[in-house]
Design a protein around this ligand. Structure first.
Ligand SMILES: Cc1cc2nc3c(=O)[nH]c(=O)nc-3n(C[C@H](O)[C@H](O)[C@H](O)COP(=O)(O)OP(=O)(O)OC[C@H]3O[C@@H](n4cnc5c(N)ncnc54)[C@H](O)[C@@H]3O)c2cc1C
Length: 322
């Protein structure tokens, strides 16, 4: 066998909470998992400071530290963690078939089972002031970070169902929520729009965009611009939430795995099975609904159990045939 081709029982793609949890379970089941971390070792939580809602940390924990701990826990049971990006895949459609994944365009991994946990990437506006203050008051997750702004004035950008839901979530915690909608209408369902418009402490602004996020180290305010009149206005806020959508990291699976219209992987029923036998999906890559570390971890556990059962069934069939 060429040294650029390796055969493993279980390949895990992605190193967020889903990938590491899958790795802990797979390693403890003696599946000797091999994990490739991708470009963001540790996943999305490495972009945030305080994680307060992951069970088991009564004082909270910062995201990067939590992910280092998850890595150590996975390695303790024998997971091999490698830096590398899976750049293409070739999945076998046969039950018991060998799946191929190419890493960094040169090394081929042959795997009896594959767990995909490549996550989703939050979209940002792309303004320099927004990028500078990410983690300093600019967040892409209201459910995760809203609590830190209890009783304060915040703003949210977005017009879809998620933005509407996050705006009402924030309105319950914060003093005032200014909601910026770029067009003169919202994309959210009528029911969600009604929730927004009937919440007294949401100040809904149509035709309004972020001109600049104000503040040096932390968010102190927002300069908004009306895109019809050109008029600018500054407001004092301490938090800015961007709710303009996520992009699931599934480009390399296109044409091989079933996806919904926005690119999220489709899993079967209450399992992590994809349309390909032996290929499982866990975490945000297959969940546009909850998108939390603990739910990602939960489905990571499920994926490892599903993979273990799949491999056990195949081994039993091979023994019967022999
Ligand atoms: C700013 C922010 C704050 C948040 N705060 C909280 C919080 O307080 N509490 C909470 O529960 N949730 C929080 N979340 C949400 C949480 O981070 C996600 O729900 C969770 O990380 C999803 O885990 P995952 O394992 O599915 O994927 P991710 O964490 O997205 O990890 C995906 C992994 O896949 C890898 N990858 C992608 N493509 C490839 C490839 N081709 N080859 C190899 N690897 C690849 C990436 O490098 C990464 O390691 C926050 C999110 C953000 C953006």
């Amino acid at each position: 066998m060429s040294d650029t081709i390796e055969r493993v029982k279980c390949l895990i793609i992605g190193s967020g909470p889903a990938g590491y949890t899958a790795a802990i379970y797979a390693a403890r089941a003696d599946m000797k998992p091999l994990m490739y971390t991708g470009m963001e070792p540790g996943g999305q939580l490495t972009t945030t400071t305080e994680v307060d809602n992951f069970p088991g940390y009564p004082e909270g924990i910062d995201g990067p530290t939590m992910m280092v701990q998850l890595q150590k826990q996975a390695e303790r049971f024998g997971t091999e963690v490698r830096i590398g990006m899976v750049t293409s895949v070739e999945f076998s459609k046969e039950v018991g078939g060998i799946h191929k994944a190419t890493v960094d365009n040169n090394k081929v991994i042959e795997a009896e089972s594959v767990i995909i946990s490549t996550g989703a990437t939050a979209k940002y506006l792309g303004l320099p002031s927004e990028q500078k203050l990410r983690g300093g008051g600019v967040s892409a997750c209201a459910v995760c970070d809203g609590f830190f702004y209890k009783g304060q004035d915040v703003a949210i950008v977005g017009a879809g169902d998620t933005a509407a839901e996050e705006a009402t979530y924030l309105a319950n915690i914060c003093n005032k929520v200014t909601m910026l909608v770029r067009k003169d209408y919202m994309k959210a369902s009528k029911a969600m729009q009604h929730r927004v418009t009937s919440t007294p402490n949401i100040d809904l602004r149509y035709n309004t965009e972020v001109d600049e996020v104000l503040g040096d180290m932390v968010v102190e305010g927002l300069r908004m611009k009306n895109n019809e009149t050109g008029e600018k206005e500054e407001i004092a806020i301490t938090g800015l939430f961007i709710a303009i959508g996520h992009k699931p990291n599934t480009d390399i699976f296109k044409g091989q795995l079933d996806m919904d219209e926005t690119g999220y992987l489709i899993t079967k029923g209450k399992t992590t099975k994809t349309n390909i036998p032996g290929v499982f999906a866990s975490g945000d890559v297959q969940d546009k609904e909850y998108r939390q570390a603990v739910t990602a971890a939960g489905t990571g556990c499920m994926a490892a159990l599903d993979a273990e059962r799949y491999l056990a069934t195949i081994e039993t069939e091979e023994e019967v045939e022999a």
